[in-house]
Ligand binder design. Sequence first.
Ligand SMILES: [Zn+2]
Length: 600
Amino acid sequence: MTSSSCYTIADKLRRGASWTPYKRRRDDPQVRPLQIYAVDPASHKREGAMAIVEIPYEPLEPGPKGRALWVHDVDASGQEYAPVDLEQSKLLLNDGISPTPVSPQFRQQMVYAVASRVRRSFRLALGRQLDWGFTTGGGPEGQLELRPQGSFEENAFYDKHKGCLSFGYYKTAASVEGRYLPNGFAFTALSHDIIAHEVTHALLDGLRSNFMTPSSPDTLAFHEGFADLIAVLHHFSYEDVVLAALRHSNGQVDVDGMLTAIATYFGHTTQGDDRPLRSAIDVDEKCFLTYDDKLEIHKLGSVLVSAVFDAFTTIYNRRSEPYILLATQGAGLKPKQLLPPGLDQVLAHTASTVAEQFLNVIIRAIDYCPPVDLEFGDFLRAVITADRELVADDPWAYREAWIDAFARRKIYPKYVEALSEDALLWHPPRHPLPRLEALSFAKLQFQGDPGNFFTVEESLRQARALGDFISARQNLSSFGLMANGDPMLHGDTVEPPSIESIRVARRTGPDGQVLFSLVAEVVQRRHTHMPDGQPYEHLGGCTIIVDEFGDVRYSIYKSAGAAGRLQTGQEYLAGSMRHYWATLDDGSLSPVAELFRRLH
Ligand SMILES: [Zn+2]
């Protein structure tokens, strides 16, 4: 951290991007087709168990090792497995290795392909290159390291300190469900859902690194729920899987099954019954599971997942109804009726389209979330704002569906006057601020495409302009920032605000309009102590969105000086969150190192 008198610039921002994107050549292929299990090794061939997916092309070294991802196959005992070389001509002609659960090289291909695909969804939704959140570990050129047999345990996790995703393997239960061997071996690296879930943790950490601070049940549950949502929404990108599932369910997307089950493979090989690990729909006796911050973290995450899936189902039903009426001459579908010819394909296409829209909006919404201590209600506001920015008229009432689904689960945002769309939108700062000319688009130095990383020099120029602006005494309160000596701090001290990131957000709306803005994350650390005297850092922060003219469009903050937040935070820290904090040698409280290993 290098400091000026009134703000600091995070080391991460000063160092620039941790990896260098591949620059496409004119004669490069667009994509690299690779075979994967679309669900897991035991699903049926006729139901789309295997798929050929198209990964954005880049030259690969054996591993596969690309620019952003490096598959490094070392098992728990330290044995290294021969890396697959996807540039081999036979593999190029064959779309890689054919799916098999017993080949280490196929597992390497599978984790690379699924992780690349999920990463691509984030890139498309955000319209820019994505950096990782880890600052130690990782591959030799800053890649995220993927270990397909990273540990011998019933677990898979993102390890921020090692810059690594570790996929566990384990002995299957004595009694298993489906086409698995009892007392055999199972590899989490063969489960599409688990790979998608884990890489989402790493991608989310790259966007909002303080969401890994276990400050509240919501923040941790959000990481879990969001990772599950990304996995579930990807189910809808596999045409054969969607078709088979909709034929099974008579055109319903919310029937518990292939589309809604999360990590079936893991559930079937560890629990000895036919339940998946989790599901995207409420399964508790037809009663909605409602928000309660005392729920276990994954259960709480499921409340978020089921709320989003509920909104998704509403929109799918709304959009598919005209086709169903047309195909049945106005009669609608009867229970157990076979779908009329052709209707299955139209419904599958509708489900995939709506899933892609949901995937885009939940990823884009991250740019509209506060940088610390995210609550589910904040996420709803972020979704509504992100969606409204792009689609002003909303003819299918997507946003109403979101609000209703969250209300049904008693997820309410704080400090809003009503549960209406207008009330939920984030606001510009209450007092008008001068224009921040230095951050207007005319002044930005792009590296070719506006989605590319900025140079370090340009990032620093932007960070200094923003730092000077937010730390001016008259502007502090517009961003929820505190100065030492403020009576609201009750004698605690705060560090100067730290500029953590500044990124371009570029989105294309349904009418083809392109929207540009800059999204900055600012964090402020307050040195305080628990009621028993144990010291720790309480985080405040602000997400600042600046439009193309340099006007501050949104200031979305959680102030380090807010007394209510401090008190609630301390109650969590002393209670349900204590498990995720450790006491350091100097006696202070600090988040545990292997957060997700402990959480999963
Ligand atoms: Zn997780």
